[in-house]
Design a protein. Sequence first.
Length: 210
Amino acid sequence: MSRSLNEVETIAWKATRGAGYPWGIAEEAAAAVRWLAGRGIDGCPPLASLLERTDGSNLEDWSPDPGEIWTAPGGVLCPLMAGAALSDHARQVQQCGLEFGRMASPVLFLPFVGRAAAGIGAILQVTWPGGSSFTDGKGLALPGDPGLDFDGLLVAVSREMPEARPGAGRASPDSQAWDRLGEFACRVHAPASEASRRFGAGGADGIDGD
């Protein structure tokens, strides 16, 4: 199943809104899934998994509590809210790095690291038990599978940028994940004119660099 990047972005936004996330976080989710798709990574399964886990829960339990190690009151961080918070602390990453506790669907966190890297003009490395990724904001080097949960991860400046993944002009989302996102998206009834205005002319504001 081949989909345009706009289609992927649209369903991610609607699904995240349908799952009860605020408008701004839904925009971040849409941009993140599009960013991943533009680098050949299917963000639909991790987003569907995340929305299933957080659906009906208190999102504050998933929100980051900044400290020596960023953790969530409920024990597992939401990558969307942790990523949005990372944007406000990008300079801290440049100075000493940031450590995060357990995180759900962590591949969704990587686009936010990309935005932080672009913002401070640096290469950022994300390290977790058994793997790592690198991004300069445009490219993404991800040699392994980040899995569904990280028990912890570190974001820090890197001196090197390994060969980035090839770009992609279209997405090939998993059909089951796509259908599940569609179920969440059905909870949102946005006028067609608004959907066209928001998504027809390009990506959502937030994470750039398709």
